[in-house]
Every structure is written in C-alpha cells, then in structure tokens.
Design a protein around this ligand. Structure first.
Ligand SMILES: NC(=O)c1ccc[n+]([C@@H]2O[C@H](COP(=O)([O-])OP(=O)(O)OC[C@H]3O[C@@H](n4cnc5c(N)ncnc54)[C@H](OP(=O)(O)O)[C@@H]3O)[C@@H](O)[C@H]2O)c1
Length: 276
C-alpha cells in the first residue's frame, strides 16, 4: 500500500505519533479509544484502510499504582480498536512491548516465545495483543523496548531522564543501573520501518527495536560520550531505585526481520538532531 492518506493514527500527539506526518492523525480529544461509540463513528467517518494504534498509558509506575486505569486504556481501548477495525475490514498495526515477557530467559526473546508479564503495564498490553489477534485477520503486532524520540518536549523515558540529570547544574556523577539489559528503539526509525512493512502487507507478530543490545549503564555512557561531557556514570543495581513497578533484568528482543540500524547509530542521530 503506497497511499498513506488512508492511514489513521491513534495517540498521534505521543512520542511515537510525533513522527507520523501522513494520513489522519488523532489524539485523545479527537478519538478517545476507551469510547467504543466514538471509535466506530471516527472510523466510519474517515474510512481508513490501516490504523496505526499508538495510543496507550505508557507510564509503567502509574499502571502499577492504578491497574484498572492501565487495563481501561491499554486493554479495553485496544479491544475497541480491534472490534471496530474487524467490523470495517481495517488492518491494525499495534505497538506492544518487551514487558509482555518476564525477563527470566537466558538470552533475547524471539517472536515465538510465550509471553508472561510481571507488571500491570505488561499484563494490560498483552491483553491488547490478545484482542488484536483474536478479532483480526490482518494485523501487525510490533514489540519494541526502551523507546526514545520526540526530543525535550515529548520524551519522558530513559534517554530523556538521563540527559536531564546530566544537564543539571553542577552534576559530576550520575547513578545508572547496570543489571537491566535491552535495546533502545528510536521512534523515528520505527515509523519508517512501519511504512516499509505496511507497503509489503506484512502480517503477524514481530520484534522491532534498534539492533544490538546493552545495559542501561552502557546507554548512559554512550550519551555522555556523544554529548562530550565530563561526568562520571556510576553503575548501581536495580534495588538502588525505589520504583512502583518491577523492572525485568532482561528486556532483550530478537527480531526475525533484521531491518533496524544499531542503537548506537540511532542514539547519535537522535541526540544530534533533536537535543541540540
Ligand atoms: N515508550 C516506550 O518505551 C515504549 C516501549 C514499548 C512499547 N511502547 C508502546 O508504543 C506505543 C507508543 O508509545 P509512546 O511512547 O508514543 O507513548 P506516549 O508518548 O505516552 O503517547 C501515548 C499517547 O496516547 C495517548 N492516549 C492515552 N490515553 C488515550 C485515550 N484514552 N485515547 C486516545 N489517546 C490516548 C496519550 O495522550 P495524553 O498525552 O492525552 O495522555 C499520548 O499522546 C504505545 O502503545 C506503547 O505502549 C512504548
């Protein structure tokens, strides 16, 4: 499919949605995914051929404090999208997460590994996957990890948190965990990859982070290096930070597609183009 004007995006104001510059973009005001009637009327009105379903509650700690809210947005919201898309013959591209796995595997997770989430964000996203798989024939579920993108105005995730600490006046040292392994996903690269995959009419479940893997400590060291700062990065283990939701030690995802550039290259472009 080459005509991107027939693509509708949910969560268009988010980190990932900010890279979509085609089709019909919706946000929570124009399309609240938890409102089934609104989903049906917006889809009937715009008649998209494909929906990029990006809307979600992505604050992992908020999901842990308020599981009902997590399920309402991530599971019921996705159920509404899948149900109406099935009625109207629309393909759905759903972005899922490494958090559907428990992190106990010795090695990266492949697309065929059985999910087993350990926090409410993961549970609620996995139920979203179930709705997509059960109700639709034509879907793409793309699992990614450690997303970065959107620059200072949109990024509230790991890379942005590290940069904000590094940029605080007088910072000489930051503490970063060295017992969590995964890979960054540059949201800009993900949108480009989605365009390729919908053009090829790919279907099914794929993992799609940037290639390679690292600890969070390695990522922080690379940020310091790219920004050319003279600040120490001190390795600590996860118990150092008191977070509401448990984090897995192993967030690594293997991709059978092999189409993403390295996380180091993506990180460099992200910092140089969006954080200067
Ligand atoms: N960020 C990551 O590290 C990561 C990792 C793996 C997978 N993912 C997945 O990637 C997708 C995109 O994430 P992102 O990082 O772009 O998230 P984001 O920046 O938090 O954006 C999510 C967007 O969804 C919107 N939204 C929330 N509830 C909604 C509702 N009821 N109706 C309509 N829109 C609603 C939010 O609007 P408000 O601003 O109004 O709340 C926000 O604009 C999500 O499905 C997420 O689960 C993210």
């Amino acid at each position: 499919m080459n005509d991107l004007s027939k693509v509708l995006t949910t969560g268009g104001d988010g980190m990932l949605g900010s890279y979509v510059n085609f089709g019909i973009k919706t946000n929570r005001r124009s399309l609240d995914i938890t409102d089934l009637k609104e989903v049906r009327s917006v889809f009937q009105n715009h008649k998209p051929e494909i929906v990029l379903h990006f809307a979600a509650e992505t604050d992992v700690d908020r999901c842990e404090r308020d599981p009902e809210y997590a399920y309402f947005i991530n599971s019921i919201g996705t159920y509404n999208i899948a149900l109406v898309a099935a009625e109207l013959g629309i393909k759905v591209v759903y972005i899922s997460t490494n958090a559907v796995f428990d992190g106990l595997k010795n090695g990266p997770y492949s697309e065929t590994d059985k999910p087993h989430p350990t926090n409410f964000y993961g549970h609620s996203k996995l139920l979203g996957e179930f709705a997509i798989k059960e109700l639709l024939d034509n879907y793409l579920i793309l699992r990614v990890s450690w997303m970065m993108g959107g620059g200072p105005s949109k990024d509230q995730k790991f890379v942005s948190k590290i940069i904000n600490q590094l940029k605080k006046d007088g910072t000489k040292k930051i503490n970063v965990v060295n017992d969590q392994f995964g890979a960054l996903t540059y949201a800009k690269d993900l949108v480009e990859a989605i365009k390729v995959l919908i053009n090829e009419d790919k279907r099914g479940i794929f993992h799609l982070p940037n290639s390679g893997s690292s600890s969070r400590y390695d990522v922080a060291k690379e940020i310091v290096n790219i920004l050319n700062l003279n600040i120490d990065v001190n390795p600590v283990n996860s118990s150092f930070f008191n977070l509401d939701a448990s984090r897995n030690g192993n967030d690594r995802l293997d991709s059978s597609l092999n189409i993403m550039r390295s996380w180091q290259e993506a990180l460099r472009e992200y910092l140089e183009s969006e954080w200067k």
